[in-house]
Design a protein around this ligand. Structure first.
Ligand code: ZN
Ligand code: ZN
Length: 365
């Protein structure tokens, strides 16, 4: 999946014009560029060379993963400590301008680098390249999304009074692994009742579901380093008229956001479309977060879909659309799908039904 990426980085550096070489420190950027998945390492890309500096634990793995990525010419340099790694990188830069990730390097490491090279902040360069997903990447993310959907379909009938949030979480994560996930994409959210469901990122607790609760489930699967992301909201027992009103408003808001997604569309217009619907239903003040984010090797990556976003959506971006409404004492509703931006709109990668907030009934056999 990594072929052509080093050349793409060199082209991006040439277009940027400030440095011909780059030091890459962010683990997801390193993985995207070289296939290396170790927890410790730096990559230096110059006009003619690719070097991966890592410690002895990863020398063998690095060689194997670089070869698998078609980077047989890349060199693996083993360093005994972070300081030795930095010294090695600085030696390679040899006083020249060197692109580096200012938001990833500590002040101490940046200063050490500056003693031997001229680091320039080149943050966002690789993130910009990573935005456009290849067909292979989309296929992996779609598979991850279908794993999460399959797990949720099996677990949703558990959503009855007396079951603990944490047991639902455990069952979801176990079943995602059964379906082939490497693990959960992020800490699975199971947020129930008048208070927990009112917090968009509540962690699952010992709380038992009660009749009349909202339950927000935000679940994704990790597969080959790629993430999926989906939220569905359910009622425990028969939903009240007020609950149906909230659910319909959030569903309409999400549909409006999805209908806006497309190549060349400013991300903030997707956010505005979602917000307008909730405002029309008198729920605007309860929509307390941004509408969505890019997903890939990171669960939150460019482009961000928010009121203040300057991003323009492009064909090949994979983003979420996830409006919600939350009120302490009531609970909340969020509906989130993962979609691929296409030339004529979008293609959903998540597929779990969202017509109404009633969980499917348990099997009767
Ligand atoms: Zn989510
Ligand atoms: Zn999300």
């Amino acid at each position: 999946m990594t072929s052509g990426r080093v050349e793409a980085l060199r082209s991006a550096l040439a277009a940027d014009g400030r440095a011909a070489s780059m030091l890459v420190s962010d683990p997801s950027n390193i993985r995207w560029l070289t296939g290396f998945t170790g927890s410790s390492g730096s990559v230096v890309v110059t006009a003619g060379r690719v070097l991966l500096v890592t410690d002895g634990r990863y020398t063998d793995q690095a060689r194997r993963q670089l070869d698998d990525a078609g980077l047989g010419d890349a060199e693996v340099v083993t360093a005994v400590s972070a300081a030795a790694m930095d010294a090695e990188v600085a030696r390679l830069a040899d006083g020249e301008a060197l692109g580096a990730e200012a938001t990833r390097l500590s002040h101490a490491r940046w200063s050490a680098l500056a003693e031997h090279a001229s680091p320039v902040a080149a943050d966002g360069l690789l993130e910009g390249l990573r935005r456009h997903k290849t067909a292979d990447e989309v296929a992996v993310m779609e598979r991850a999304a279908s794993i999460a959907s399959a797990a949720l379909a099996e677990v949703a009938p558990m959503l009855v009074a007396g079951v603990r949030e944490r047991d639902i979480r455990d069952e979801l994560e176990y079943r995602m692994r059964c379906h082939g996930a490497d693990g959960p994409s992020y800490e699975t959210i199971v947020a129930s009742g008048p208070d927990h469901a009112a917090r968009p990122h509540q962690r699952p607790t010992d709380r038992e579901l009660c009749k009349g609760d909202w339950v927000i489930i935000d679940v994704g699967a990790l597969l080959q380093g790629y993430h999926s992301d989906m939220t569905r909201t359910f009622c425990v027992g028969e939903p009240s008229a007020e609950q149906l009103r909230w659910y319909a408003a959030v569903a309409e808001s999400q549909a409006a956001g999805l209908a806006t997604v497309g190549d060349g569309v400013p991300a903030r217009e997707v956010d505005a479309a979602c917000r307008e619907v909730l405002e029309a239903h008198g729920l605007g003040e309860f929509f307390i977060h941004g509408t969505g984010h890019g997903v890939g090797l990171d669960i939150h990556e460019d482009p961000f879909v928010a009121r203040t976003s300057a991003a323009i959506l492009h064909s090949g971006d994979v983003v979420t659309v996830e409006p919600g409404a939350y009120r302490v004492g009531t609970g909340g509703v969020r509906i989130e799908d993962l979609v691929l931006v296409t030339d004529d709109g979008h293609r959903p990668l998540t597929s779990f039904p969202k017509d109404d907030p009633c969980p499917p009934s348990p099997p009767t056999t």
